[in-house]
Design a binder for this molecule. Structure first.
Ligand code: PEP
Length: 251
């Protein structure tokens, strides 16, 4: 098995005015600088309004900055959207694509998400491609079919372990306080790993994150599951202490 370095990623969603966002970013950058060698990579994805400022205060620290979405095009008549090169231009090195809130709120299909991942790659960004089943799909025993289908379509042919991270986030566990069980996480992550290794020469090297109500009290248990190579954290990434405890839960 290849050595995969874990990634703990924070998704701030549509939260934080400038002062709050900068306080979180400074807090994390300070700790990253003083704590020495860390066992994982760190990423924060602030709202687009703060990417530049957060990149400014985290420069030179181990904290990476990403966008929460990008358009499929590099520029053009797309009012309100942000192109991947624009994110790269202001200091982002990652971008989330296909978060379930984008899929639900903006009707994004896996086909569009693949195009977004390609746009991210073209701009030199690492795409964090999010997948996950709804509660109804899980109740219908369709979890693996849904997730495998999302993986098959959302991840472009040009993906590699270097330019792509997968995040498995059961929709019913996001922001609900409900977490998938260790057995559920292990089953889905193993299925994703099998899809990736079947399709990509370096499929064993892709990092697969778990997301869905990760917090300090459950992080260590989730991060110890085979094929879990980090976490995508929403609510708990808005508190420096909580997010740092999750970072420190990486073995
Ligand atoms: C997320 O937004 O991707 C997420 C997992 O949120 P939370 O940790 O709040 O469930």
């Amino acid at each position: 098995m290849s050595q995969r370095r874990s990634l703990i990623a924070g998704n701030w969603k549509m939260n934080c005015l400038r002062a709050d966002g900068l306080a979180i970013a400074r807090g994390l950058a300070e700790r990253a600088k003083t704590k020495g060698e860390l066992a994982c990579d760190i990423l924060v994805c602030p709202p687009a309004t703060l990417v530049s400022d957060v990149a400014g205060v985290t420069t030179g620290s181990a904290v990476n900055v990403g966008g929460q979405d990008c358009h499929v095009a590099v520029n053009g008549a797309h009012t309100g959207d942000i192109a991947a090169p624009m994110l790269a231009d202001i200091g982002a090195t990652y971008v989330l694509v296909g978060h379930s809130e984008r899929r639900a709120d903006h009707g994004e299909s896996s086909t569009v998400i693949r195009q977004k991942a390609m746009a991210a790659h073209d701009a030199g960004l690492i795409a964090v491609v999010c997948v996950g089943e709804t509660e109804q799909e899980r109740d219908l025993d369709a979890t693996l079919a849904v997730v495998n289908g999302q993986i098959a379509v959302s991840i472009p042919e040009g993906a590699s372990a270097v330019n792509t991270v997968v995040a498995y986030e059961p929709v019913w566990a996001i922001g609900t306080g409900r977490t998938a069980s260790v057995a559920e996480v292990a089953e889905v992550h193993a299925a994703i790993r099998a899809e990736l290794t079947a399709r990509f020469d370096d499929g064993d090297g892709f990092r697969i994150l778990y997301g869905g109500s990760v917090k300090p009290s459950n992080a260590a248990e989730l991060l110890a599951v085979p094929n879990v190579d980090g976490a995508l954290v929403g609510g708990a990434s808005l508190k420096v202490d909580d997010f740092w405890q999750i970072i420190e839960s990486c073995a």
